[in-house]
Design a protein around this ligand. Structure first.
Ligand code: ZN
Length: 165
């Protein structure tokens, strides 16, 4: 397996929060080559999540998703956002005030397009999810601007009950 050099220092197993278990669980990081990802992902998800693409605004199917549930990583299934953290940012991309848990995502500085932005990635498989900005609503003030192609929505009507436990 071809693991990029900077990845070698990172642990192969990490702790992430599982909605289903309502607890931190240890999972193995999903490390695959582009060829392997290409075989299991849709062309849209591969282009956005594995090649840092951005879908056109107002086109992603999850922009208007308003049901109760969890938004998981389209590549590895890691829980990323819950419906109550979603808000209508008017940007045309699904937007959230915070991730499920700080462990479930990671960040990298992105210097592309002559801007300094903070890229948000899945902590388990390094999928490109989108960017986070400081102009979100309270209480966090953050706007996680995500691509629908990097997420899958799973309706979970009893989500609040699970998180209450
Ligand atoms: Zn992932």
């Amino acid at each position: 397996m071809n693991i990029p050099h900077k990845d070698k220092a990172r642990p192969l197993a990490i702790q992430v929060f599982s909605i289903e278990k309502n607890a931190l669980i240890e999972v193995a990081r999903a490390v695959k080559s582009d060829e392997e990802w290409k075989k299991i992902l849709s062309p849209e998800t591969f282009a956005v999540a594995r090649q840092k693409g951005t879908e056109r605004p107002f086109c992603g199917p999850l922009n208007f998703e308003k049901r109760t549930g969890v938004f998981r990583c389209a590549c590895c299934g890691n829980d990323l956002f819950v419906s109550r953290a979603k808000f209508d940012s008017g940007t045309g991309w699904p937007s959230f005030i915070e991730p499920v848990h700080k462990n479930n995502v990671r960040y990298e500085k992105d210097y592309s397009f002559m801007m300094i932005r903070t890229e948000v990635l899945c902590a388990v498989c390094d999928a490109h999810l989108g960017h986070v900005f400081d102009d979100g609503p309270p209480p966090t003030g953050k706007r996680y601007c995500m691509n629908s192609a990097s997420l899958v929505f799973v309706p979970l009507p009893n989500l609040e009950k699970i998180l209450e436990k």
